[in-house]
Design a protein around this ligand. Structure first.
Ligand code: FNR
Length: 365
């Protein structure tokens, strides 16, 4: 369908499914084991309701904000995801351009399908990008990459900490046994993620990564060091002790440990603890997983997130329509955000507070 017929973020998923190769669809869409966490990531938002304020002048809604010291046009970013080229020839390059046109931050994956330098070069003048770091046994390579990022104007390093090894994504494994001859060629190019985990250095993660390494990274650079994939309140407290600049509450989009909790649940527990300990100004908290609507974004922000990341929606929008799709996906989210903030009685991001939410059903006993 024409892009003008796309009305929300989930529509892109539907279109992408029709137009991309099966292996790409399975790789993008899938989660680990029984995909319970994949499902919960989104469903958990369905257990939070709003308590909108009436009779507030909402003529001037402003959704712009700042994340890790960078001004951005909206409180969300494109999270780093591997292999954007599987769904669209231009891969991360068109995602970069789309984000640039809408002034939204793009996080570049360590396992992107284009070289880091090319994706940086695809950015518009003044556009900010972040880098997602997978740490391998070759620590020097990590330090070198961080240094390169510094030189190239990257705004922050997101160290992924939920992946001492890849989760079992069975859909990826199954598709390798597809019998259709036509698919054989594609399959050769695309090994399943679990298999790549064994062989390809880009995918190989060092299972011995610890807090000590985080200290080393922190000392090696002036760039903010962010831990991506934190899943418990206690680890956020440890992160603060180590001087980490931010955390992303995330379970890797349900692709790692199944039965990890929905990040929004963890967020709802975390922020009261940080407040009570007067630590809420010590660290920025981000969240990703299952965010598909403006209302999802607002719920996370009301609970105290500084911003939210979206992974699959950018892959789907890019796969289906390239740069234009990325632009439209961002615009749709912004349109929803502005509409929903008016209806909620909030004018700016700092108006979003926990008292605007009913979270009674979030933790079903
Ligand atoms: C990812 N994600 C991811 N994360 C990361 O740190 N490095 C990576 O290379 C990738 N690659 C990747 C590939 C694909 C196909 C997906 C779907 C996800 C995780 C990503 O950054 C983010 O945490 C989740 O995608 C967020 O969940 P949603 O928005 O996809 O539900």
């Amino acid at each position: 369908p024409a892009l003008s017929r796309i009305y929300n973020i989930s529509d892109f998923e539907y279109v992408a499914k029709q137009v991309i190769p099966t292996n790409a669809w399975v790789y993008y869409n899938g989660g680990s084991d029984d995909e319970i966490t994949l499902r919960e990531n989104h469903y958990a938002y369905g257990r939070i309701y709003f308590k909108p304020k009436v009779l507030v002048d909402v003529n001037d809604v402003d959704i712009s904000t700042e994340m890790l010291g960078v001004k951005t046009s909206g409180p969300f970013y494109c999270s780093g995801a591997a292999q954007a080229k599987l769904g669209h020839e231009e891969g991360e390059l068109s995602i970069a351009r789309g984000c640039g046109r809408e002034n939204i931050i793009q996080m570049i994956s360590s396992a992107a399908s284009y070289p880091l330098g090319d994706i940086i070069d695809a950015a518009l003048k003044g556009q900010k990008q972040w880098f997602q770091l997978y740490v391998t046994e070759n620590r020097q390579a990590s330090f070198d990459t961080i240094k390169y990022c510094e030189e190239k104007g990257i705004g922050a390093i997101f160290v992924t900490v939920d992946t001492p090894q890849l989760g079992r994504r069975e859909k990826d494994l199954r598709i390798r046994f597809a019998t259709d001859d036509d698919e054989e060629e594609e399959e050769e190019e695309f090994m399943s993620s679990s298999e790549l985990g064994e062989k390809d250095p880009i995918y190989y993660k060092d299972a011995s990564l610890t807090w000590k390494d985080i200290d080393d990274f922190k000392q090696s650079t002036k760039l903010p060091i962010v831990l991506k994939g934190v899943q418990r309140v206690e680890d956020v407290l440890i992160a603060i002790e180590h001087g980490v600049d931010a955390v992303v509450l995330s379970n890797h989009g349900g692709r790692q440990l199944d039965y990890s909790r929905a990040p929004v649940e963890v967020l709802s527990e975390l922020m009261p603890v940080l407040k009570e300990k007067q630590l809420d100004n010590k660290i920025e908290v981000y969240i990703d997983g299952g965010i598909r609507r403006g209302t999802d974004v607002l719920k996370a922000l009301c609970l105290g997130a500084k911003g939210v990341g979206l992974g699959r929606p950018f892959l789907y929008a890019n796969s289906a329509y390239g740069e234009k799709g990325v632009v439209r996906a961002i615009q749709l989210l912004k349109e929803e955000l502005i509409c929903d903030m008016k209806l909620l009685g909030a004018n700016k991001i700092s108006d979003l507070t926990p008292d605007l939410l009913d979270t009674k059903s979030l933790h079903i006993k």
